[in-house]
Design a binder for this molecule. Sequence first.
Ligand SMILES: *[C@@H]1O[C@H](CO)[C@@H](O)[C@H](O)[C@H]1NC(C)=O
Ligand SMILES: *[C@@H]1O[C@H](CO)[C@@H](O)[C@H](O)[C@H]1NC(C)=O
Ligand SMILES: [Zn+2]
Length: 381
Amino acid sequence: MKLASVALFLTLVAFVYARELELAEPCDEDICKAPMCRCSSVDIPGGLAPRDTPQFVTLTFDDAITVSNVPTYRSLLYNRRNRNNCPIGATFFLAHEYTDYILVNELYNRGFEIALHSISHKADQEYWRDASYETLMLEIGDQKRQVAHFANIPINSIHGLRSPFLQMSGNTTYQMMSSAGLTYDLSWPTIEYTDPGLWPYTLHYQSIQDCIIPPCPTASLPGPWIIPMISWSDLQGVPCSMVDTCYYNPGPDNEEGWFNLILKNFERHYLKNRAPFGFYIHEWYVNINPGLHRALIRFLDMINNLNDVFMVNANEVIDWVKNPIPVDQYASRQCKSWTPTQCTQTACNAITANHTEKIYYLNVCTNCPNEYPWLNNPLGE
Ligand SMILES: *[C@@H]1O[C@H](CO)[C@@H](O)[C@H](O)[C@H]1NC(C)=O
Ligand SMILES: *[C@@H]1O[C@H](CO)[C@@H](O)[C@H](O)[C@H]1NC(C)=O
Ligand SMILES: [Zn+2]
């Protein structure tokens, strides 16, 4: 009886202790070492000189993948190669609603990275700011299973997260990421560490990064990596973390203006510490700005001819930071490989949903679900 109550007491203590997150301490570079740990800093991984460092470019698109935006992805990205003749990468942060999973399968089979951006993408900043661990597991953890299932892609090919509206939920977001087996977050903007730029890092120790959209994590959270969203500077020097939020921009038809804006922001990386250069955008914005569209093609053509610049999937940046090798070695490595998967193309017409009155048209690589997949029922069973 006595022993049992001591055991119970100890169990309770252990339980409470495990739930209580410890405050992160200042980072010690002698302890925090690659591949598992990295202090937040503008230092180049591996102590490389800038000229020996590959300049990574991460082009990302957010939200649903549909028949209306996939033509842009095809014409912009397919059959494009880096200077070392390896296929380029790009990352898609997928929102579930209206997504066509047959097209997700197509993009995956072309070597692009499929990452997570929530099931509901609820248009409510406070919902995401205050989201509990449980809510985030339903929105993001379950989305991982959902995408793998309906697009028939390997679940271990899914590594990344962008929180809707870049609104994280402090420590909770990264606790969820550990549980869900996610490698990196690409939602945290910095306007302070842009010149030189902040390299990716882990949350074992205190982050030096400025907190633009609070709450930001302050606990010690071993596991996930942060790829800081290094802001651009618009025409008036106002920071913008997504290209489509650059307020003072050259205007829809001004190709020359857009090209110069892109180049100026790129050079802040390429000519300095070569922190990964992010080009974060929504397809609709490219579509309504033909000048930007042409400038983007010109920019990609340009960097695809530079032998120290590599357009990659965002998760490849983390792979390199964990194991930094000089650019000449990097360029002559074998290209990334992936295993194409089949898609049994299935059109599920007029499928009803429980969360709304709407009727959906859903394309999947599996059998049709019984109802429209949603929170609490990600596979629509
Ligand atoms: C994160 O965890 C730390 C350590 O327990 C705590 O002090 C801080 O308030 C937490 N932050 C949020 C936003 O919950
Ligand atoms: C959705 O609605 C159908 C029909 O009203 C019901 O049978 C089913 O259990 C509901 N599913 C969930 C997850 O609530
Ligand atoms: Zn979004």
